[in-house]
Design a protein around this ligand. Structure first.
Ligand code: PLP
Ligand code: COI
Length: 339
């Protein structure tokens, strides 16, 4: 434990002391249980294994300068898990149960919350799976909600440094009326081949276009997209992207900074007009985009130099982090402080 190099954590898995589980059986959620095992005993015909009945969440806890632990927007994650569960006909965990399990998972693993100075955080991963046996394509009758945590550093290994992204028109991630708006595992399976290809070519992520017309920007593999121009924060509206809680927070912070906020369809060509661009999410925080290559169209859009994020990305990033770590006040009630 003493050997954790907090300042050099990657976005990876590390075993912690406990996870928390609740089972849904006979139409009811059971009392949350503490577990030390990292394994699940699962029926081989469980619906999560065959028909993708799996949804998850991602949120973070931060240790402040004052030593207190703060969890960011846990209620929003609970509500989004409910929406995802409804989307693929799974039992919806009550908000209070989700919140209680997240808080317990963090409290019981407090020694894994990275110190303030490291700039790292504790990633919280709630997972909901269909567990009962089914061979016909039907929803399960039983579910498991599990929350584990793991200390993490930046998702993109460069941290808050601009990276290049790529449009690969030969791949889609989610259909317009499909599951892109839910946080289901299948969306990530659908992104693996394109992501791998992008990484091999030296890009940090794929920027997906709308699958139907290939005209509008959807989102990056693990994060929403935003562009900045003329004092406006512009981010795509689409039925096939995940409603990012980080993006929602940045829209509020941009407004507070006197910027105009536009959530609307964003045509690919508009990339040429942005002064800055970024990817945002719990794991990604803000990852400034240095350039976007649209390979099939042989077009390149440049936003900044490789080592210098734009001023608006920089300002938004520091403001968000200041609220998360408790350096700045929390005017919107986004933070739950652990006792
Ligand atoms: N889009 C996708 C596909 C994601 O996986 C994530 C991560 O959760 C996001 C966007 C960002 O969402 P949030 O800010 O709620 O983490
Ligand atoms: C998150 O930001 O929480 C994500 O889920 C992104 C990725 C790790 C899947």
């Amino acid at each position: 434990m003493d050997t954790i190099d907090w300042s050099n954590l990657s976005f990876g898995y590390m075993k912690t002391d406990y996870n928390v589980r609740s089972y849904y059986r006979d139409g009811k959620w059971g009392e949350p249980q503490l577990e030390t095992s990292e394994y699940i005993n699962l029926h081989m015909a469980a619906t999560c294994l065959h028909y993708g009945q799996e949804v998850f969440e991602g949120l973070k806890a931060f240790k402040g300068r004052d030593g207190k632990i703060r969890i960011f927007r846990v209620r929003d994650n609970a509500l989004r898990m409910q929406s995802s569960a409804r989307g693929i006909l799974m039992a919806e965990p009550p908000v209070e149960l989700f919140e209680e399990m997240v808080l317990t998972a963090v409290k019981k693993n407090r020694r894994f919350v990275p110190p303030y100075e490291s700039g790292a955080s504790l990633y919280i991963r709630p997972l909901l799976i269909g567990t009962s046996a089914q061979v016909g394509v039907k929803p399960a009758k039983e579910y498991l909600l599990l929350v584990f945590v793991t200390p993490v550093g930046p998702y993109f290994k460069e941290g808050f440094k601009p990276t290049p992204m790529v449009i690969l028109r030969e791949y889609d991630r989610a259909a317009p009326l499909g599951t892109g708006r839910y946080k289901v595992g299948g969306n990530y399976a659908a992104s693996l081949a394109a992501d791998e290809k992008a990484h091999k070519m030296g890009y940090s992520a794929v920027l997906y276009l709308d699958a139907k017309e290939k005209k509008y920007i959807d989102e990056c593999g693990p994060a929403n997209f935003f562009g900045i121009k003329n004092n406006s924060y512009i981010t795509p509206e689409s039925t096939s992207i995940l409603p990012s809680i980080t993006n929602k927070s940045l829209m509020q912070l941009a407004k507070d900074m006197g910027m105009k906020v536009e959530q609307r369809r964003v045509p690919v060509e508009e990339l040429a007009t942005f002064e800055e661009a970024g990817a945002c999410g719990t794991a990604a925080v803000i990852s400034p985009i240095s350039r976007i290559d649209d390979l099939a169209e042989k077009k390149t859009y440049v936003f900044c130099e490789d080592d210098k994020p734009g001023p608006v990305c920089e300002k938004l990033y520091h403001k968000l982090r200041a609220i998360q770590y408790g350096d700045d006040p929390d005017p919107y009630g986004w933070i739950t402080v652990l006792d």
